[in-house]
Design a protein around this ligand. Structure first.
Ligand code: SAH
Length: 325
């Protein structure tokens, strides 16, 4: 039994069944605090870890928006859940080249990942929570961050819970499941309020759906494979599909503007990833094959191109970011 499973069973014995939300929160807090889960040796690989092109496109999109907004000097680069800091390093290369000299603020709870980020992004400033970010114009990106935040599941009027049955963890009910995520909406509201008050743009990239639909999307991944969600608590990555309709509503409610939701493939293509791939291949002929395969993984429908979506939230006073029309 994993150490976290022992703790969860004691909690259930003392308090009764715990919500799916409490389960997911406890599992991911433990999981991210105890490891660097990224890459071939780990549990999953994210877009910035596939190729530098991903972070460069993000940086170019933010730089373009910042310039068209008049290049405010007090703007800051912000990333939520920056993993190894790879995306930040790649995006900042482009932003710095465009003349951006602002601070770098990272929202990260894992001490292990903060160490990795410190190597990739010297001089960064860390926060535990989005509410602690300074009130400045934001150039923000969050890749595969919202999917890790806890969700609630309801079956009819009843909240779905995790309990112990016949000596093992089990869900207390089944049926048609509706998911909501107060934690996710709180993050989006906080960012959208800052954007509306101070200016800026935020890119949210994640797998999920454009319109709300009922269904159970909670999944566990370990060593690049799906695994039962109640198995080995704290030792596998728990995520859900992001309901971008709920994200957009929360942002608009807080006074920010939202773009359409576009697929990652479409967005990267519109922002010129093909030209970037050609330039990289010409400059490093020995890496041409690797670059071509990364381009496929990031954009092809059967890989990340279709399931992953991009949504931008921006200040009403800032231009609409490129790639959404
Ligand atoms: N964006 C990175 C990593 C994605 S993994 C990439 O694309 O490679 C999820 C990241 O979010 C990790 O850095 C994890 O430690 C962080 N994270 C998860 N839950 C968090 C929370 N509640 N608050 C802050 N960071 C969190």
């Amino acid at each position: 039994m994993t150490p976290l499973e022992r703790a969860l069973r004691e909690r259930i014995a003392a308090e009764g069944p715990i919500s799916v939300e409490a389960y997911m929160e406890a599992c991911n807090a433990y999981y991210y605090a105890t490891r660097d889960p990224l890459g071939v040796q780990g549990d999953f690989t994210t877009a910035p870890e596939i190729s530098q092109m991903f972070g460069e496109i993000v940086g170019a999109a933010l730089a373009d928006c910042w310039k068209r907004a008049g290049g405010p000097k007090d703007a800051i680069y912000v990333e939520l859940g920056p993993g190894r800091g790879t995306l930040a390093a790649d995006a900042l290369r482009l932003l710095r080249a465009a003349g951006f000299e602002g601070q770098v603020h990272l929202v990260e709870t894992s001490a292990i990942l903060r160490d990795r980020q410190a190597e990739a992004v010297p001089g960064a400033i860390w926060h535990d929570n989005v509410d602690d970010l300074p009130a400045r114009p934001l150039l923000l990106v969050a890749n595969e961050f919202l999917d890790a935040l806890p969700i609630r599941q309801h079956v009819g009027a009843m909240e779905r819970r995790v309990t112990v049955v016949a000596g093992g963890l089990a869900f207390d009910r089944d049926g048609e499941i509706v998911e909501t995520s107060p934690a996710r909406e709180a993050v989006v509201r906080s960012i959208a309020t800052c954007l509306a008050d101070r200016g800026g743009v935020a890119l949210f990239i994640d797998y999920g759906h454009e319109r709300f639909a009922p269904g159970d999307t909670l999944q566990a991944v370990r060593h690049h494979r799906f695994s039962p969600v109640l198995a080995e608590p704290g030792e596998q990555d728990l995520t859900t599909h992001v309901d971008f309709e709920a994200v957009a509503e929360a942002a608009e409610y807080s006074g920010a503007r939202v773009t359409r939701v576009v697929t990652q493939g479409e967005w990267l293509m519109r922002l010129g990833i093909k030209a970037r791939a050609q330039a990289l291949s010409r400059a490093h002929a020995e890496r041409a094959e690797e670059v071509q395969s990364a381009l496929e993984r990031l954009t092809a429908r059967e890989h990340m191109g279709q399931l992953f979506k991009v949504l931008a939230i921006h200040s009403p006073d800032w231009p609409v970011p490129a790639g959404f029309e």
